[in-house]
Design a binder for this molecule. Structure first.
Ligand code: TMP
Length: 241
């Protein structure tokens, strides 16, 4: 398939293909944090993000959550439908951490009584601020689309929290994105990986995600490899309990 680079982001490249409705997303080993003020890179990050996204999108599809994912084409590349993305990042949280801890003054690790959904405006210049529905209306994002994002976030959480729990991991929080295909159908998009989720080992509390990079903890390569192993190799309930 001929490749034509149409976008290069902080952690991935997106290519057009000879089919106008199909894209290739190639994940890089590069990482940024704090709106690209901090930069780094580690081995096999791209492989983990592509392979884990592929496995999780496949699992979600089988559990009633369609996405842009079509297939994984090589270690670091997935083939997807081309969507028009909503300018919304939907964050779902089960345990207080990161910006929620700062917002509410909650200690990191405090279990939330029910999942919290946040809607953020996807805009790097503004630092992806959390907005309310009035702000989004002003930006031209409809209530229907926001409702879709909230329901999608809760549904993904409902499917993935037990999936990770069975693999010995607490799904602390995650960020997803959504877009519309050419027929107008909204669906899950982007990636689901240690870049976009907080994963804590259920027993040790060890962080198995990008916070290791954000917080200068080291051990990113090992943590990403461990998450990839748990998602792709551990299939039996209770295998790691
Ligand atoms: P936060 O606590 O920093 O707001 O992050 C919430 C979740 O969103 C966490 O799982 C990491 C993810 N996230 C992204 O995917 N992209 C981002 O740019 C940020 C800030 C967080």
């Amino acid at each position: 398939m001929p490749e034509d680079l149409i976008y290069e982001g902080k952690a991935k490249k997106v290519f057009a293909t000879d089919d106008p409705e199909i894209l290739l997303h190639r994940y890089k080993d590069d990482a940024t944090a704090f709106n690209a003020q901090k930069r780094g890179s580690w081995k096999d990050k791209g492989k983990t993000n592509a392979t884990m996204s592929a496995a999780i999108f496949t699992y979600l599809e089988a559990h009633g959550v369609p996405s842009h994912f079509i297939e994984q084409v090589d270690e670091t590349t997935i083939k997807t439908k081309r969507l028009t993305m909503l300018p919304v990042e939907t964050v779902v949280r089960n345990v207080a951490a990161g910006s929620l801890s700062r917002l509410l003054g909650f200690e990191e690790g405090r279990k939330l009584s029910s999942p919290i959904v946040e809607l953020c405006y996807k805009n790097d210049e503004l630092g992806d601020p959390m907005l309310n529905w009035y702000h989004f209306r002003e930006l031209g994002v409809s209530d229907e689309d926001l409702k879709f994002c909230e329901e999608l976030g809760l549904k993904v959480n409902q499917v993935l929290a037990p999936f990770f729990d069975e693999r010995g991991v607490t799904l602390v929080d995650f960020k997803i994105e959504a877009g519309r295909d050419t027929g107008g159908t909204l669906m899950l998009a982007d990636e689901i990986s240690p870049d976009t989720c907080r994963f804590w080992d259920k027993v040790s509390g060890e962080r198995l995600d990008k916070d290791r990079f954000r917080r200068d903890m080291g051990g990113m390569e090992e943590a990403y490899a461990e998450m990839l192993r748990r998602v792709t190799e551990i299939t039996q309930r209770g295998a790691v309990d």
